[in-house]
Design a protein. Structure first.
Length: 134
């Protein structure tokens, strides 16, 4: 079973018609690139823990955070991307990704604005709770 962040990355990439995201170009897992030939506008998915495991159930309830960084001074376009990512993930039901069944993906927060980084790129996060089985 993949980490939740890997599967969510694949789900976002499969929804590229909506998000326009491509892995290792503007979509990353676990570590947001700072520069070095990488676009300013990026989406990074992080594993953030989850609920207490229940030994009597086969369901797992991990959580993830999605961080969106926009282009330099690109507040509105960055927010629009964050909203698109939110819309793609929030409310997903009974979907299989990489042989793992996702019973439900639900946002646990709205889009949260973090401010601008040192390179004047706006940043947002959104948190999601996942219910999945192997």
């Amino acid at each position: 079973m993949n980490s939740p962040s890997q599967d969510i990355k694949d789900l976002l990439e499969a929804s590229s018609a909506a998000t326009g995201l491509t892995f290792a170009t503007d979509l990353f897992v676990g570590q947001e690139p700072d520069g070095g030939g990488v676009a300013d506008k990026v989406v990074t998915v992080y594993d953030t823990g989850g609920g207490e495991p229940d030994p009597n159930r086969s369901l797992k309830e991990p959580t993830i955070q999605v961080r969106v960084r926009g282009d330099k001074f690109g507040y509105q376009a960055g927010y629009t991307l964050a909203e698109t990512v939110f819309d793609v993930l929030h409310g997903v039901k009974n979907t299989t990704v990489n042989s793992t069944r996702y019973v439900h993906i639900i946002a646990t927060s709205d889009i949260l604005y973090l401010g601008f980084d040192k390179n004047n790129r706006p940043m947002w996060t959104c948190n999601f709770r996942i219910i999945r089985t192997a």
